[in-house]
Design a protein. Structure first.
Lengths: 98, 361
């Protein structure tokens, strides 16, 4: 009986994981692949800098850029801490990792 | 002889069953983790050890005090939507014994937060665990020593409960291109364990941010569900004009224990035309604040770490940013109250560190 329950939990956990992996939220990599031209990238960079100054500058001075994987964690942390919007998070992440 | 063989066989059978269970457990635990690992790309977030450390010398009413502080923060991202985050506080306050002897004191240890965040969608993040109480802006966003412009804390900070144990919904989203809305709603349970204590209450905060003029305003509310079942509320306002490098911030709070406000202005001297290299790194700060005691008894005031009488205070300070994350700071303040006026001097250094706990590139 316990084995059956464990098996079902395992199946459900695996299915949920697969579901989450198949439908990830828009991330930096998704944003990067969506860029069709340098002009778009420049526009995103400018907008990202603007959002960075507006959002991050509310509390602290601009830090130096961190490596991309660190930046991805920091931006996720700041999204929760400073309740910045999803779009602002993606643009700031793009700007900070270029 | 026969019974000992039987026992041995039983033990072997139990061992095999235990082994089987361990394998199932491992399979159960590792499969989702491996699947997550497969979804990582080159920019997948990496766990980080960050935080700040500081060393300060205060002279309050002629009494020197040495404060050393470390606040490690661990950020552990899981998959695309999860973040486990935690901050500890280790603070040593040392004063001369008997007013004139060698310095002595204790090190206070506290868990500021240990929370699991699940980013459910662009509008909602679910947080469970111990988290910083979302009341006003100082406690959640301006408290770290490398962020705050003046090291002495605002007088009204004790009115804003530090941490809560429970669950919270929060998020931020654009209402239109000119206005972003952010919110937090939570409940907290009563915990009396030393170092992770919290009260039983509910509350929330709602704020509006105008990215164009960089103006932020909001209101906070908290309802205690224990003792006198009191209400507390507060307002906050912040403005960073685009034309000049000024940060204006303000908070008002009112609760059973008292009410008060602080107004702070910080000006980065980057537009000054002489000694440009040094001026770009220098910030001057001023803050005015006032506290009016409420209905709490003297014992409760002491428990909340509130002054014993209505108090006014003015502070002036200067910060010099030596490099990214490292700043030297100094301030002078004067406190006025019927219990006695005194000066408050602070000089020190604050450092923010960030180290990846894995491959960062």
């Amino acid at each position: 009986m316990r084995f059956k329950i464990l098996t079902w939990i395992w199946i459900l956990a695996t299915a949920a994981t697969l579901g989450a992996a198949a439908d990830p939220p828009r991330t930096n990599s998704a944003a990067t692949t969506a860029i069709r031209s340098d002009a778009q990238a420049d526009a995103m960079r400018i907008e990202g800098e603007k959002r960075f100054r507006a959002n991050c500058g509310r509390c602290h001075a601009a830090p130096h850029k961190f490596p991309p994987r660190m930046m991805a964690t920091i931006v996720r942390h700041m999204r929760v801490r400073a309740t910045i919007t999803d779009e602002d998070m993606r643009l700031v992440l793009f700007y900070m990792t270029q | 002889m026969h019974s000992s063989r039987k026992n041995l066989r039983r033990r072997c059978a139990r061992l095999r069953t235990a082994k089987c269970r361990v394998h199932i457990l491992l399979l159960f635990c590792l499969t989702p983790a491996l699947l997550f690992a497969q979804t990582y790309d080159s920019a997948a977030p990496v766990p980080i050890l960050t935080g700040n450390a500081g060393f300060f010398t205060n002279v309050q009413a002629g009494t020197p005090q040495i404060v050393s502080e470390v606040n490690p923060v661990v950020l552990l991202p899981l998959g695309e939507r999860w973040l486990i985050e935690s901050r500890g506080a280790f603070e040593g306050d040392f004063q001369p014994k008997d007013g004139n002897g060698p310095f002595g004191g204790s090190v206070a240890k506290e868990l500021d937060y240990l929370q699991a965040d699940f980013i459910a969608n662009p509008y909602v993040t679910v947080t469970v665990g111990r988290f910083l109480t979302p009341f006003g802006i100082y406690n959640e966003r301006l408290y770290p020593i490398w962020i705050r412009c003046l090291q002495p804390e605002p007088l009204i900070l004790p009115l804003e409960e530090g941490s809560s144990n429970g669950a919270m919904l929060r998020g931020g989203f654009p209402l239109n291109p000119a206005v972003n809305l952010n919110y937090a709603a939570y409940f907290s349970t009563l915990t009396t364990t030393n170092g992770i204590d919290s009260d039983r209450d509910v509350g929330g905060r709602i704020g509006f941010f105008l990215p164009g003029p960089r103006i932020e305003a909001g209101v906070s509310w908290q309802k205690s569900l224990q003792d006198e079942r009191t209400n507390a509320f507060g307002f906050h306002f912040a403005w960073q004009p685009t034309a000049v490098p000024v940060n204006l911030r303000s908070e008002y709070a009112r609760s059973y224990a008292g009410s008060g406000y602080w107004v702070e202005a910080a000006y980065r001297l980057s537009q000054v035309n002489f000694w440009r290299h040094a001026m770009r790194r220098t910030e001057i700060v001023g803050r005015a604040q006032q506290l009016f005691l409420g209905q709490a008894s003297e014992d409760e005031d002491s428990e909340y770490d509130l002054p014993s009488a209505n108090t006014r205070q003015a502070d002036f300070g200067v910060n010099y940013f030596l490099r990214d994350g490292l700043k030297a700071t100094a301030s002078y303040g004067r406190q006025f109250s019927s219990a006695g006026d005194f000066n408050l001097w602070t000089v020190g250094i604050a450092y923010r560190f960030a180290v990846p706990l894995g491959r960062a590139q």
